[in-house]
Design a protein around this ligand. Structure first.
Ligand code: DX5
Ligand code: ZN
Length: 224
């Protein structure tokens, strides 16, 4: 079955003084990616629950919350409860078995996502991922927008796609970091189907056109 690419603009690259308008500029996208950083798991601080709740109230598209925080078991379900479509925690940040947080996220009505940093092996989490809906393969070190895509992680994307195609896993395979017109095709060919793009969308003169162009490139690479 041909996969349909989902495009998820990252609000991290938007103008935070105009969040409501910035969500409207990407209304044609599939998910709005919201990067929650706590200055502990990553060396940067962004926003948390109250601001995400305000974004949820105005966003024309579903929220994809990427939690780059310590103790995600404690905080993640709150993002599901406020209505996020998908809530992703980092495998490296979980203190216990990540399947517990997956269960809590699903119980609160969200898709459950597990993220792995570039240096984290996929094989350590294959069985655990059977309880998740989304695998986020980081294609940069988490913490900042505008970094260069790390092509060395593509074998993990390929392996994840094999596991999905073989029926072992049922997850979206999401890539995040450095996704733009020069890199999206490689990521799609390797097997990704959700594409986070911050600078490539909000840095464009016309974000709606950038979204359409990225979607067309990914769709061509997925069917080709
Ligand atoms: C990085 C964040 C990304 C970031 C992507 O830690 O998780 O979502 O916003 O930004 P670009 O697309 O500019 O690399
Ligand atoms: Zn992100």
């Amino acid at each position: 079955m041909p996969r349909t690419p989902l495009i998820a603009p990252s609000l991290l690259a938007a103008d935070f003084a105009r969040i409501a308008e910035e969500t409207q500029r990407v209304a044609d996208a599939d998910w709005l990616h919201v990067d929650v950083m706590d200055a502990h798991f990553v060396p940067n601080l962004t926003l948390g629950g109250p601001v995400v709740e305000a974004i949820q109230a105005v966003s024309p598209i579903p929220l994809d919350c990427h939690l780059m925080i310590e103790a995600p078991e404690r905080w993640a379900p709150g993002y599901a409860e406020l209505g996020a479509k998908n809530v992703t925690v980092h495998a490296e940040a979980c203190t216990g078995d990540p399947r517990g947080v997956a269960r809590d996220l699903r119980a609160a009505g969200a898709l459950a996502g597990l993220a792995i940093k570039p240096g984290t092996p996929l094989e350590d989490y294959v069985e655990i991922l059977r309880d998740f809906d989304t695998l986020l393969v980081m294609t940069v070190e988490p913490g900042f927008g505008g970094q260069s895509f790390i092509a060395d992680v593509l074998p993990k994307v390929r392996r994840a796609r094999e596991l999905v195609d073989a029926g072992h896993l049922q997850v979206f395979v999401e890539v995040d970091g450095g996704i733009n017109a020069d890199t999206i095709e490689q990521a799609a060919e390797a097997g990704a189907d959700v594409f986070v793009a911050g600078s490539a969308v909000y840095g464009a003169d016309d974000p709606a056109r950038a979204i359409a162009a990225l979607r067309a490139q990914a769709a061509a690479a997925l069917t080709g």
